[in-house]
Write a protein that binds this ligand. Structure first.
Ligand SMILES: Nc1ncnc2c1ncn2[C@@H]1O[C@H](COP(=O)(O)OP(=O)(O)OP(=O)(O)O)[C@@H](O)[C@H]1O
Ligand SMILES: [Mg+2]
Length: 184
């Protein structure tokens, strides 16, 4: 993965696969803490303790012996190589929270990439489930809740052409406004 935002699609898609009706994706940029943090929270099927352990065991162990994929190990690897960390909190039948932090000024930190684009793709690909997106840039906050948009445009679907175009514009311009459009 070349950009941090590539992880967003991947990890949030796990929530969709887990049957979540609401998936939250929070992006926090803090120059004071010198950290970028991603938090994914869902109300999907959750994971057993063993499952959580098997996806968070050090990525140096033989990956081939695991039945799991690459999304979470890759996120963990990126977090750790930038001086950050990843953690998973999950409860079967309740949901899952995945938290990953990255050293903001770490030389190995991949660029942020296109967060708005990743969020937009999630909505477009999963128009029947809901998302709560927040972007906290040094305390300046942007929130986007598809439940509100859904209510406002009902009975039209979120992937209807004009609505999708509006969502894309909204995400892009609001995020640009937060950080002046030039975060790397
Ligand atoms: N939010 C979640 N809720 C429930 N189970 C999850 C969640 N995220 C991950 N898992 C479980 O952990 C496994 C590993 O996830 P990971 O993203 O690392 O790989 P994958 O989704 O199986 O494959 P890939 O992402 O490489 O296509 C998943 O197959 C799933 O069983
Ligand atoms: Mg996955």
């Amino acid at each position: 993965m070349r950009e941090l935002s590539d992880n967003i699609m991947d990890i949030a898609q796990n929530s969709i696969s887990a049957g979540a009706s609401l998936t939250q994706v929070h992006v926090i940029v803090s120059h004071a803490d010198n950290l970028i943090t991603f938090i994914f929270r869902d109300n999907g099927c959750g994971m057993s303790e063993e499952m959580v352990k098997s996806v968070t065991e050090p990525f140096t162990t033989t990956r081939r012996t695991r039945k799991v994929g690459l999304g979470l190990p890759l996120l963990q690897q990126t977090a750790m190589m930038t001086g950050g960390e990843m953690s998973i909190t999950s409860q079967l039948g309740v949901g899952t929270e995945v938290k990953a932090s990255f050293g903001l000024d770490h030389i190995d930190r991949p660029p942020m990439g296109d967060v708005a684009g990743a969020w937009f793709s999630l909505v477009l690909m999963n128009p029947d489930t809901d998302f709560l997106f927040t972007y906290d840039y040094d305390g300046k906050l942007f929130t986007f809740d598809t439940r509100e948009v859904r209510e406002a445009v009902a009975p039209l679907p979120l992937n209807q052409m004009e609505i999708a175009a509006w969502i894309k514009d909204c995400l892009q311009s609001e995020i640009n406004e937060l950080h002046g459009g030039n975060i790397s």
